[in-house]
Every structure is written in C-alpha cells, then in structure tokens.
Design a protein around this ligand. Structure first.
Ligand code: SAM
Ligand code: SF4
Ligand code: SF4
Length: 383
C-alpha cells in the first residue's frame, strides 16, 4: 500500500461561507434539493483523530507524526453541535450519526449525546419524537464506554470490523489491534441494549475477501440475533488511499459467495434512502438476526434517494461524501453579528436547496473525473 498512498489535499482551506438571508423564512421541514431530495440524516464528525490507520481511510504514510490534526479550538463545541443539530431538525432531519475519525476519542462524548437526546418537538423535531441517535465506531473503546453511552441516550451503534482472522485484521487496522477487543466491544454493546448493532465490513479484493463467509457464519451464529452484518464496497473516498477499481469486489459477488454456503433471498427495503440492500437467510438459525446487508456505493449508485448531509469536525457542511468543498457553518455561529437561529437555519436551507451532488452516479464520466481530483477525506467528514 505504501507506494500507492497519495498526499493529502488540505480541505480545511476549501470552503465557502453560506449567505445569510436578510429576511429569514421559517423552515417548514419540507426542504428539498435541486433533485427533489429531502434532508433527513445528519452525520456529525466529532473528531478528525483516530487510533487506527486503516489503509483505505487513513494510510499511515499520510496520517503520520507530521500530520497536523485540528487544534481543539477549531472543533465545534458540544453546544455548537447541539445548536446546529436542532436547526437541522427544523428542516426535517430525524437521524443523527456521530462519527469521525474515531468518535469515542472525543472526550466526554456522552455529554454531547445527552444534549442531542434532549432535542424534542418544542425546540426542533416537527412531530415531537426524539431523534434517532447512533454512532459509528471501531469499537476499540466500546467495552469501556457502552454503558455510559446508553445511559446518555444513544440508541444504537455501528461497529466496523473487517476480518475475524486476527492477522488479517491487525494488518488492516495497521496498528496491530486485536479482533478479540472489538468483539468484547460488541458484546458490551449487546449487554447494555445498544441494538440492533450493525457490523460493517469493508471488502477489499485480495486483502480480506476470504473473510466474507467466515464473517457471515460467525454473526449468523452468535450474539442471539442482535447483530446485522453488512458488507461495504471499498469506495474511492478521499484521494490518499490509492483506490483502484480492481480492488473492489462487487456486492453481487459477496452475495453469491455467501449464497453458495447459506442460501439467501432478497428482502424488501425498510425505508426510503436506505443505503443497504437486505438479504435474508433461507434457513434461519434460531436466535439469529437472519439477514445481511450489502452497500454497493460503487457498483449500484443510490444517489437518487440520498438524504444525508455531513458536518465536519470544525463545522463545515458537506452535501456529499465525495464533495470537494464545504459550507462553513462555524463562521456563522461565531460571527460577531450574533445571527439568530432563524437566520442560521435559513442559511442551511439555502445551501441544501442548491444541492445537486450525485457523485456515485457520475463516477467514471467526465463530470465524475473532474470532481474526483479533490475529494475530501472520509476521516475528516466521517462515514
Ligand atoms: N472510526 C469509525 C469507524 O471506523 O467505524 C468511524 C469513522 S469511519 C470513517 C466510518 C466508516 O467508513 C467505517 O465503517 C469505515 O469502514 C468506512 N470507510 C472508511 N473508508 C472507507 C472506504 N474507502 N470505503 C468504504 N468504507 C470506508
Ligand atoms: Fe479510523 Fe474508522 Fe478510518 Fe479506520 S475507518 S482509520 S477506524 S476513522
Ligand atoms: Fe449521496 Fe454523494 Fe453518496 Fe450519491 S455519492 S449517495 S449523493 S453521498
């Protein structure tokens, strides 16, 4: 991998300050972008740091001792994140996902979760429901933190695990972290009720594809149906990971390989904008969840329903995982003009209304190639 890593473009410099309308119209939750897509899901990166160096995300050669992570003063504070989350709910956001970097490295994260869990209809959610709050983690600190996260109001967790074979996993995280500790984190999350837990496996052909069936078997037979395994196609996020199409194993082949051993049938999607395609085991093991998911961001683009926005660690709004430019919301929050909530909410609304992103649909075309040269890193805006 080392020779293929490509230097980082510092996206922290590339952003635009959103316009604040003079007469702010009140948000009505009916916002739509230029392709008619609503805003429902906000992914919030709470840190750009990570204790892993997965080669597909933060290759060691780029994210080394010389790499300058953001200083604390640049990060959004918990109060700023909560204020923005509340304003996003006015536009229809129902689901928050905390991510990073590794979100559990952010000190006191449970206090942020408490604040987010308190958002209700009176100060945001249109129908009075609490938000669906979830977290994506490498689980290295989950065993220690699961109980506090649950008590703070976290609903579910998604855990990333790329192999059961210890040597393969240690190589992929590139910091020699053992599988057993991730499994202990999943165990702890099940024990405190942070379920259903999703386990995400990024599949890289020739690196961990031999782990597909062992992973399917293991999560079929363990954790009493509380864990759903999902296979993610290795994506060309960012530019540092030296992505190549021949390392992508199409989801159709993942399904085929599992189907040979454990016959599968297609299941209906549960909601609009769902990223994973669901497959059920024909012979369900008693006490198993009975299904897997595949996320085919490369071979089967799902931009048409994409209702996700991303907030970077220092408050830039990204409209697509593959965007090259953010919209600097922090500059509005910290402006001496003291913009009101209505003004900031309107500024967010204008940005979303102008959204036309659909990178996965354009991948490989001239427009896609033009966008591909400066994509933002996943560890910076979160998955
Ligand atoms: N550190 C946490 C973790 O790994 O779960 C959260 C942040 S990580 C950027 C979020 C998700 O993005 C993880 O499930 C990770 O496997 C996935 N990811 C990162 N780079 C990827 C790539 N190039 N292709 C597909 N998925 C990727
Ligand atoms: Fe860290 Fe998650 Fe990226 Fe791996 S995928 S390097 S755990 S942020
Ligand atoms: Fe959404 Fe961009 Fe992914 Fe398409 S490529 S599904 S618009 S994040």
């Amino acid at each position: 991998m080392a020779e293929r890593s490509i230097p980082l473009i510092d996206h922290r410099q590339h952003s635009a300050r959103p316009a604040v309308p003079l007469n702010a119209a009140a948000p009505d939750g009916l916002l739509a972008d230029r392709r008619g897509r609503p805003l429902r899901d906000l992914r919030i990166s709470v840190t750009d740091r990570c204790n892993f160096r997965c080669s597909y995300c933060m290759p060691k050669e780029v994210f080394d001792k010389e790499h300058r992570f953001l200083p604390h003063s640049e990060l959004l504070s918990f109060e700023e994140i909560t204020r923005l989350a509340r304003l996003f709910t006015l536009h229809g956001v129902k689901k928050l996902r905390l991510t990073g970097g590794e979100p559990l490295l952010r000190k006191g994260l449970e206090h942020l979760i408490e604040q987010l869990a308190a958002i209700r209809a009176d100060d945001g959610t249109p129908d009075g429901e609490p938000l669906d709050i979830t977290l994506t983690t490498n689980a290295s600190l989950l065993a220690r933190k699961a109980a506090a996260l649950k008590a703070a109001g976290l609903k579910r967790v998604t855990v990333s695990l790329d192999a059961l074979d210890d040597a393969v996993f240690r190589r992929m995280n590139d910091v020699d972290f053992p599988v057993a500790d991730v499994l202990a984190g999943i165990e702890a999350a099940v024990a405190v009720g942070l379920s259903p837990i999703k386990v995400n496996m990024v599949v890289k052909r020739g690196v961990n594809d031999q782990e597909i069936v062992p992973m399917a078997r293991f999560f079929r037979e363990n954790f009493g149906g509380k864990v759903v395994l999902r296979f993610i196609e290795y994506m060309d996020v960012g530019i540092t990971n030296g992505w190549r199409m021949d390392e992508v194993l199409p989801s159709a082949q993942v399904v085929e390989r599992i189907h040979q051993v454990f016959p599968l049938r297609a299941l209906e999607p549960t909601q609009v904008g769902e990223t994973a395609e669901r497959w059920g085991y024909v012979d369900k093991v008693a006490g198993s969840h009975g299904e897997i998911g595949v996320i085919s961001s490369v071979t089967n683009a799902f931009c048409g329903d994409c209702n996700r926005a991303r907030l970077s660690t220092e408050g830039k709004l990204y409209l697509c995982l593959f965007a090259s430019r953010g919209h600097d919301l922090r500059s509005l929050l910290r402006d001496p003009a003291n913009y009101t909530d209505a003004q900031v909410a309107s500024a967010i609304g204008l940005v979303w209304q102008d959204r036309d992103d659909r990178y996965s649909e354009l991948r490989g075309s001239a427009a896609g190639d033009a966008a591909a040269s400066a994509k933002v890193e996943m560890s910076y805006i979160g998955g």
